[in-house]
Design a protein around this ligand. Structure first.
Ligand SMILES: [Zn+2]
Length: 225
C-alpha cells in the first residue's frame, strides 16, 4: 500500500523545492527577517501564505484554536502564543502583527456549544474568546459572524497589554491588523478602527487596524465607506 504522505515529501524535494532552493539558501545564510507576525486560527481552511501571497521567510506564524491571544499576566507559564509574540517583537522586530479569524470557526462556535468532553485544555482556552460572545442561546449564522469579528478585536486589545507590543506601537514601529476571512468568498475583511467595523478588502483603504493614533493619523480612510 503506497504511503501517500511519504510520496508527498519526496515530491516536495524533487519537484517543488528546486524553484525555492536559492531563496532557502539565502534565508539560511542571512537568517530569517520576517516582517509580519501572523496569529491565525488553526483551521485547515485558513491558508496564510495563499491569502497574503507571502514567500518563504515573510511570515512568522502562530496558530491556535480561535486565533486567541492570552492575557499578559506575568505568570510565565507554558504559554506558546505569548512566547511567540515576545520573540517576534523583541528579537525579530516585526513591523506588523495580524490577528486573523475566519467564517465558520469551530472555536467560536464552541463558545456557545461547548468543547468536546475531556477537552480540559480546550475548554479553558476558549475562555479567551468568552467576552466576544453575544447574549443568545442559539446563535444565528449572523451572530456567529459577529462573534468571530468581535473576538479578533478582543485579541488586538489584549496584544496592547504586552509591554513590548505597546511600546513598539506607540513608537510607530509596529502596526496591528485585525482580519476576518470569509472562506467561501475568498474575501478578507479588515478591521477599521475609524469606522468601528470590518470592511471588505475590496473597499478598505488600508490593510491595517490602527487602532492607535500614529497609524490612524497616517492612514485615515477616505470619507466614502
Ligand atoms: Zn477557527
Amino acid at each position: 500500500m503506497p504511503d501517500d504522505l511519504l510520496t508527498r515529501l519526496r515530491r516536495f524535494h524533487d519537484d517543488a523545492f528546486p524553484a525555492y532552493a536559492d531563496t532557502f539558501r539565502t534565508l539560511v545564510d542571512e537568517g530569517q527577517h520576517p516582517t509580519t507576525l501572523f496569529i491565525g486560527c488553526s483551521d485547515s481552511r485558513l491558508v496564510p501564505y495563499l491569502l497574503t501571497g507571502a514567500e518563504p521567510g515573510e511570515l512568522f506564524l502562530v496558530r491556535n484554536v480561535g486565533a486567541f491571544v492570552p492575557p499578559w499576566d506575568g505568570s510565565a507559564g507554558f504559554h506558546g502564543t505569548a512566547a511567540a509574540i515576545e520573540y517576534a517583537v523583541l528579537a525579530l522586530q516585526v513591523q506588523r502583527i495580524v490577528v486573523c479569524g475566519h467564517s465558520h470557526c469551530g472555536g467560536i462556535r464552541a463558545l456557545y456549544a461547548g468543547a468536546p468532553g475531556g477537552a480540559l485544555n480546550l475548554s479553558r482556552w476558549l475562555d479567551l474568546g468568552r467576552e466576544a460572545t453575544l447574549p443568545v442561546a442559539e446563535p444565528t449564522p449572523e451572530a456567529l459572524r459577529r462573534t468571530e469579528q468581535r473576538a479578533v478585536v478582543l485579541q488586538l486589545e489584549r496584544l496592547m497589554a504586552y509591554p513590548m507590543v505597546r511600546e513598539a506601537v506607540e513608537a510607530g514601529r509596529l502596526t496591528l491588523h485585525g482580519w476576518h476571512v470569509v472562506i467561501e468568498d475568498g474575501e478578507v475583511h479588515v478591521f477599521d478602527l475609524a469606522q468601528g467595523c470590518f470592511v471588505p478588502a475590496a473597499h478598505a483603504p488600508h490593510a491595517g487596524t490602527g487602532p492607535y493614533a500614529p497609524y490612524v493619523e497616517a492612514d485615515r480612510p477616505p470619507s466614502a465607506a
